[in-house]
Design a protein. Structure first.
Length: 500
């Protein structure tokens, strides 16, 4: 279809908008460079053409009219819209500001710096807050729709929808679309929501910082895998944007608060609901303050009687001993323990709690229960408490410490992609494996020369299953590197256990 669009260069829409140059498009739309009159002078603009659907052509025009009435410094303005016909084909058109470039043109060359990503995020959050307040959703945030116009970053406005509107029956599903909007996932009409914009923003944020989209684990119905090399607060923001359940995702206000470092801890949940142990309540940690309250009850006026004072003196130590026995471990958390604390057990400063609270809470919960509590699989090998990992050095020689590959998944590569290989393409993926042998997260250690093969390898690696290494008869966390070697004839994978 793109060839058909390009053939229309040089034609004029309704006698006033020349199609000067084809800028890009898809099967369903095309964008051309054009000119419009402003104060009697021609001004550069962009014009988008789409074939109207019989049932919603007027609806699309009404959406564009509504978008044209909006005014925001980071929103691409819309100037005019209408119907036209080219070579007998009926079309809808919308004329808008023409940006110099978009983010999708930058990412193949380099990722954004932290400062650039922060500026991008601030602008998008500002636009989203504005739109959501007006009952609208963007519905199409992705790098191609984040643009630079002069020295200002602007967001496309031609795809705006009303919150609660039903999804269009046509249109391809992309990685930027939230999972709840996938065709056939929910046996009822799906609607647009601000939570969908949050998902799209999370996908875009990860891609702008790493040049790769997160790995979406559709089959397992789990949250996407995020590269752990993401800096804070971007990792925390992306994690909370990409919650599979829409109601669990952060709002624009929460994202902005985390970005600016002013989010209270109550707004930064760090333990996913699926791994939270309901039997381990957090309140015992705060109870050591009760003994002083008991002692204050003993400080009654002398007029109440010497007998009461004597009872308080004799009973006080026993009460304290009973309290101490019941809450010995939480109380010890407020004092200096005899053994040095690992970094995971030391409560982090307030500004860093969002990145460390999960690991420290797991350790505290494990200490506050006499029964052994399994550490959740989300704790990474590099952040496992030292007491746990050092046991590898103390196991008897007869204990098995090596894991094995139980099930491997090979990348699906198009024949045309294989034919393009000259020699060999090597991609190295590092995976962290939990105690059950499932891949917890994956990251490209060496992406190789081709983004296509890197993504294929990464997508396959997350589905590998391992027989975990054991220490003293128990499975432990492990790390592996998977070396994918692509040639025209075959694909080989060499797994290597790196830790323990």
């Amino acid at each position: 279809m793109s060839d058909t669009w390009k053939q229309w260069e040089g034609q004029t829409i309704n006698g006033k908008f020349p199609l000067l140059r084809y800028l890009g498009g898809s099967e369903h739309s095309a964008v051309f460079l054009t000119e419009r009159q402003e104060g009697g002078l021609p001004v550069k603009a962009a014009i988008k053409l789409i074939p109207p659907a019989p049932e919603n052509g007027e609806l699309q025009l009404s959406r564009w009219r509504q978008a044209a009435d909006l005014s925001h410094p980071h929103l691409i303005p819309i100037y005019e819209m209408g119907r036209c016909e080219l070579e007998g084909a009926p079309l809808l058109y919308v004329v808008m500001e023409c940006a110099e470039e978009n983010l999708a043109q930058v990412l193949p060359e380099r990722p954004l710096t932290s400062e650039e990503a922060r500026a991008m995020l601030e602008s998008v959050l500002d636009v989203f807050a504005y739109l959501h307040h007006k009952g609208l959703v963007h519905s199409r945030i992705k790098p191609a729709n984040i643009m630079a116009s002069g020295d200002q970053l602007k967001i496309s406005s031609d795809g705006l929808r009303g919150a609660g509107e039903s999804l269009d029956a046509s249109g391809d599903q992309t990685a930027y679309d939230p999972p709840e909007n996938a065709r056939g996932v929910i046996p009822m009409p799906q609607t647009m929501s601000p939570a969908g914009d949050v998902w799209s923003l999370g996908m875009t944020l990860v891609e702008t910082l790493t040049q790769n989209l997160p790995v979406v684990r559709t089959a397992e119905q789990r949250d996407p895998l995020l590269p752990q090399r993401l800096e804070e607060p971007f990792l925390d923001i992306a994690r909370h944007c990409l919650m599979r359940h829409p109601q669990s995702r952060w709002t624009m206000a929460q994202i902005a608060a985390r970005l600016e470092g002013r989010a209270p801890m109550s707004q930064v949940p760090t333990i996913p609901p699926e791994v939270r142990n309901p039997s381990l309540a957090p309140e015992p940690i705060a109870r050591p303050s009760r003994p002083p309250a008991k002692r204050r009850n003993y400080t009654v006026p002398i007029a109440a009687g010497f007998v009461i004072l004597l009872v308080a003196i004799l009973a006080g130590p026993r009460l304290l001993r009973r309290h101490s026995a019941a809450e010995q471990i939480p109380a010890a958390a407020d004092e200096q323990p005899p053994a040095p604390l690992t970094p995971r057990q030391v409560p982090p400063p307030p500004q860093d709690r969002s990145t460390r609270a999960y690991g420290s809470s797991v350790v505290e919960e494990k200490q506050s229960s006499k029964a052994p509590v399994p550490v959740p699989a989300l704790v990474h090998p590099e952040t496992t408490p030292e007491k746990e990992t050092n046991t590898v050095a103390r196991v008897p020689a007869r204990a098995s410490i090596h894991g094995e590959v139980a099930h491997q998944v090979m990348p699906e590569v198009l024949r045309s992609a294989k034919d393009s290989i000259r020699g060999k393409v090597t991609v190295i993926v590092k995976v962290n494996v939990d105690r059950s042998g499932s891949v917890e997260d994956a990251d490209l250690e060496s992406p190789g020369p081709s983004k296509y093969f890197a993504q294929a390898a990464l997508g396959a690696a997350v589905h590998w299953i391992f027989k975990p290494p054991t220490v003293g008869g128990r499975g432990v966390l492990s790390s592996w590197t998977l070396r994918f070697e692509f040639t025209q004839d075959e694909t080989k994978v060499v797994p290597t256990q790196e830790m323990p």
